[in-house]
Design a protein around this ligand. Structure first.
Ligand code: UFG
Length: 345
């Protein structure tokens, strides 16, 4: 197939590009390199299988997107490009609406004009906000009530996508739409080429690995008084390659006129302390951990009920061990302590 992958140079997008190339697709990767890494594209170029075309561009440039869609006869769009820091979205909400909603609408306009038939959207469990205890584990019918501008922008785009799909069906040109609501994506490609490199880094696993690497002076646990077994927050960590596998499966199965939504998480939660134990075990390094107060906006426990995605797509996480997830992240980070910038040859 001929795919357009937005945010293709980012952490999750680059893993998608890698998988799609391996599967033999033509991949037009688009990224404005605001937080993406040109180096990831350079590393992926020689991948055997498919064909990679990279364009440095904003997805909000609908004229350019439409041109690319026509030029490469794009039939499927995977839309990863977005800003994804909850805290930043609270401080700079307009930036988030601009990037995650407005630019997304421009992309949809291009899809509409170019007659793209399939659209897979990277949504988030942040669209559920802070579900009450009876909704944990979280299934797709849980009320969506975001508590951050980030989550709200993801939900707004879900709504726009749904409405667009309905309009296309009414016009007799149905499109296939899927939205995948990610839990905590972690780990790195196990062939060792790609990894997670954010600036700033705020995610628990890479922060802890950076502490183990001595790149930072220890780290903090944000909150030890949550109503969880050990007092720290519980999250569902899904390996990035399993996450991408869910995209490939839904892409193959979603039919014209359908709008499907799936949660993607392994279906079990690990506490912050359990994650830190795993990082210590895997790296063999013990680093300083300070206990701090809660970080604003962190729900106590979020983990998935994977029944729907298992039933419909036959998807099940292949990596469920925290040590394995952490190890894949560790392997890349210890070889690339300066991230992609440090690996430029
Ligand atoms: N944490 C720490 N110390 C740190 C970093 C994180 O204790 O230095 C804790 C957090 O408080 C939280 C857990 O580790 O309890 C996980 O935090 P992350 O920042 O790794 O991930 P989040 O659960 O906050 O965020 C993830 C995704 C977001 C998404 C959000 C939805 O990364 O994109 O889930 O709730 F919006």
């Amino acid at each position: 197939m001929n795919m357009l992958v937005t945010g293709g140079a980012g952490y999750i997008g680059s893993h998608a590009v890698q998988r799609l190339l391996r599967d033999g697709h033509t991949v037009v990767a688009v990224d404005n390199l605001f937080r993406g890494h040109a180096e990831a594209m350079r590393l992926l170029e020689p991948q055997s299988g498919g064909r990679l075309i990279f364009h440095e561009s904003d997805v909000g440039d609908s004229t350019r997107m439409e041109r690319l869609m026509h030029e490469y006869q794009v039939d499927t769009v995977m839309h990863f490009a977005a800003l994804a820091y909850v805290g930043e979205s609270v401080d700079q909400p307009l930036l988030y609406y601009e990037n995650n909603v407005i630019a997304g609408i421009r992309l949809l306009e291009a899809c509409d004009r170019a007659g793209v038939g399939r659209f897979i959207f990277s949504s988030s469990c942040a669209t559920y906000g802070e579900p009450s205890a009876e909704h944990i584990p979280i299934n797709e019918d849980c009320p969506q009530s975001p508590v951050s501008p980030y989550g709200q922008t993801k939900l707004d785009f879900e709504h726009a996508l749904r409405a667009w799909g309905q309009a296309r069906s009414r016009a007799g040109e149905p499109v296939s739409i899927a939205m995948l609501r990610y839990f905590n994506v972690a780990g790195a490609d196990r062939s060792g080429l790609l990894g997670e490199d954010h600036e700033p880094e705020t995610h628990l696993i890479p922060v802890a690995i950076n502490a183990a690497l001595g790149k930072r002076d220890g780290m903090a646990i944000f909150g030890t008084d949550y109503p969880t077994p050990d007092g720290t927050c519980v999250r569902d960590y899904v390996h990035v390659e399993d996450l991408i596998d869910a995209h490939v499966r839904v892409m193959d199965r979603v039919k014209p006129g359908e709008v499907r939504a799936y949660n993607v998480g392994i279906g079990r939660g690990y506490s912050v302390r359990e994650v830190l134990d795993a990082v210590r075990r895997v790296t063999g390094v013990s680093f300083e951990v300070r206990e701090q107060g809660r970080r604003a906006g962190d729900p106590a426990a979020l983990y998935n009920d994977p029944s729907r995605i298992e039933r419909d797509l036959g998807w099940r996480a292949s990596v469920t061990s925290l040590d394995e997830i952490v190890d894949s992240a560790w392997q890349w980070m210890k070889r690339n302590p300066g991230g992609y910038a440090g690996s430029r040859g």
